[in-house]
Write a protein that binds this ligand. Structure first.
Ligand code: AMP
Ligand code: GLY
Length: 426
């Protein structure tokens, strides 16, 4: 079969890499892709948001399955457009994708479905929002309602920070329309995990829990980033914890969406905080996480194309989703300066030698090809290097050996990804 993957980051490279291992897949296209996806797929000069061009391509080239990586095309309704033309596509349609597209929608659904989550209020008026935080005090969490590229959440520790977040989102509109409505919610404390599940509308099959390292520096210090690495499975997410997350968060969300008349099909991603009150839902995403996908797929033993087709065809119940009983660690190599300003265009060395190592995969996130055909940096997060092992200590030793082989001017990475899991396991 022919598969089209939409997107161009580390998540999409991991999707292409895994699909290329399927016996059923003989051709992969990636739009727009990156130099990493080009090693396993044919990149197309079509942007991820260009639904019409993607539709036309899928029709003309008889693509059997389209897989959507990023959230924006899903929220914009790419699945509805493909399905209206009889094309098979993996991902939720626009209505259920509002779970990620609107935090107010997600929180109201959680409340309706009895899903444990932080107490919240929704505001469209900045003065009312300010009055409200006067009554709650700090810490308090201010969230832009719409998609803000992962930057729309402020955990305010002081009243000044809370008022500044309200002014920036609602009055100065730094996220445009996405911040005209805000959700203000109670701050929670605990370990955060990402739980993703394949959902075909009826059947739910969970993946392993993943933990993402969001801060720039070792010891969870420094600025918040899009993610500096991840590992799976998460030792604190025991079988019992995972059963609770499924029973109290994922399944009730799937059921509540079904009642709206348009079932959820695709990956449902729950950001979960393990608090003293139990597992609480922070947010839902309507797609594969990034970098989560870069540690999950190297552990997946089942055929990814089988699973994605089964979700699209509502046949997940009879399709196995099996993970290897191993550990995976993904370390992100970032450009000097990230998450602030950085300079792109640095030559990357050692890619082949790292990727050639046993049980190692090097996924491209922010890379490009220069005029001379050399691979250069082209983003804040440049590469995700993943290794698997029988244990976390084996996976960590392997991933850092691989990371030391690659580099570019100004590269930095955290040296403690998965360290807590390794310590827990000993
Ligand atoms: P979200 O996009 O809603 O997951 O928020 C992004 C990040 O903000 C989360 O991964 C948490 O680290 C933090 N966060 C969100 N909501 C809360 C909350 N209610 N309490 C504490 N931290 C939160
Ligand atoms: N790693 C967080 C996300 O994919 O949203």
């Amino acid at each position: 079969m022919k598969v089209l993957v939409i997107g161009g980051g580390g998540r999409e490279h991991a999707l292409c890499w895994k699909l290329a291992q399927s016996q059923r897949v003989h051709k992969i296209y990636c739009a727009p892709g990156n130099p990493g996806t080009a090693t396993v797929a044919e990149n197309l000069a079509i942007e991820a948001h260009d639904t019409q061009a993607l539709l036309l391509f899928a029709e003309q080239h008889k693509v059997d399955l389209t897989v959507v990586g990023p959230e924006l095309p899903l929220i914009a309704g790419i699945v509805d457009a493909f399905e209206a033309r009889g094309l098979r596509i993996f991902g939720p349609s626009a209505e259920p994708a509002r779970l990620e597209g609107s935090k107010a929608y997600a929180k109201n659904l959680m409340a309706r479905a009895g899903i444990p989550t932080a107490a919240f209020e929704v505001f469209t008026d900045a003065d009312k929002a300010r009055e409200y935080v006067q009554t709650t005090g700090v810490p308090i969490v201010i969230k832009a309602d719409g998609a803000a590229a992962g930057k729309g959440v402020v955990v305010a520790q002081t009243m000044d920070e809370a008022n500044e977040a309200i002014a920036a989102m609602m009055e100065r509109k730094i996220f445009g329309a996405a911040g005209e409505t805000v959700v203000i919610e109670e701050a929670m404390r605990g370990e955060e995990i990402s739980v993703m599940a394949f959902v075909d509308g009826d059947t739910v099959k969970p993946m392993l829990a993943v933990q993402d390292h969001k801060r720039a520096l070792d010891g969870d210090r420094g600025a918040n980033t899009g993610g500096m690495g991840a590992y799976a499975p998460v030792p604190v997410a025991t079988n019992e914890v995972m059963q609770t997350v499924l029973r109290t968060i994922i399944v009730p969300a799937v059921e509540a969406i079904k009642q709206t008349g348009i079932p959820y099909r695709g990956v449902l991603y729950a950001g979960v905080m393990l608090t003293t009150r139990g597992a609480m839902c922070l947010e839902f995403n309507c797609r594969f996480g990034d970098p989560e996908t870069q540690v999950i797929l190297p552990l997946l033993q089942s055929d990814l194309a089988d699973i994605l087709c089964a979700v699209a065809d509502v046949e997940l119940e009879k399709t196995p989703v099996v993970f290897a009983p191993r550990a995976a660690v993904c370390v992100v190599l970032a450009s000097g300066g990230y998450p602030g300003a950085y300079e792109p265009g640095k030559a990357i060395h050692g890619l082949e030698s790292a990727a050639g190592m046993d049980a190692v995969a090097v996924f491209h996130a922010g890379t490009a090809q220069d005029d001379a055909g050399k691979t250069v940096t082209n983003g804040g997060r440049v590469l995700g290097v993943t290794a698997t092992g029988d244990t976390f200590s084996e996976a960590r030793a392997r991933v850092y050996a691989a990371v030391r082989k690659v580099g570019f001017d100004g590269a930095f990475y955290r040296s403690d990804i998965g360290a807590r899991a390794e310590a827990n396991a000993e």
